[in-house]
Design a protein around this ligand. Structure first.
Ligand code: MC0
Length: 141
């Protein structure tokens, strides 16, 4: 079951420039920043001050052959993913597999702030790369 829209992910070329641009333009503040080697990204979570709702995640590539590097090459900067928060990522993944959807990983991998993540292939999800996020028990984002 989906609990909430967790975040919308936006591919950017330069993370620090993008953080500054979102702050200047929309007043969004970075609440978390992290490098995820396995995913090949440097990323930041942004929110409107005091808003505990869905976040904007800025994703910058660590290397050209990463998912974000390839996305930027093909599309330029823009929305790359839509992330849903789920209570139980194994159960949700199994339910989606039963509906015939391709999950990108056999087992969940590590996402932001100790979360566990998987993705539904965009071709099985209406052209949208859907990320499933099960938050770490202690994370209150
Ligand atoms: C590719 N396609 C997309 C897409 N990326 N469509 C919508 N949204 C996207 N982001 C389309 C292509 O245009 C192509 O369409 C078709 O999918 C098949 O692509 P492919 O050749 O099979 O695959 P690639 O090489 O384009 O890779 C796409 C794929 C990859 C989704 C498999 O990006 C991937 O593994 N993503 C999962 C990991 C990820 O995105 N990591 C970065 C975020 P046509 O019609 O031209 O055939 S890490 C993250 O988010 C973590 C830190 C977190 O939140 O905690």
């Amino acid at each position: 079951t989906v609990l909430a829209v967790d975040h919308v992910g936006i591919a950017v070329a330069d993370l620090d420039e993008a953080i500054a641009w979102y702050a200047d333009t929309f007043g969004l503040v970075a609440t978390h920043e992290e490098t995820n080697e396995e995913q090949g990204v440097r990323e930041a979570m942004l929110s409107a001050p005091g808003d505990a709702g869905a976040a904007v995640q800025l994703l910058a590539p660590l290397r050209p052959d990463s998912a974000i590097g390839k996305f930027l090459d093909r599309n330029g900067p823009g929305i790359q993913q839509m992330a849903y928060r789920v209570a139980d990522i194994e159960a949700t993944s199994a339910a989606l597999r039963d509906k015939g959807m391709r999950l990108l990983y056999d087992e969940p991998r590590r996402g932001t702030a100790g979360s566990r993540i998987n993705f539904v292939h965009p071709k099985d999800a209406g052209g949208v790369l859907v990320e499933l996020v099960e938050q770490a028990a202690t994370d209150t984002h």
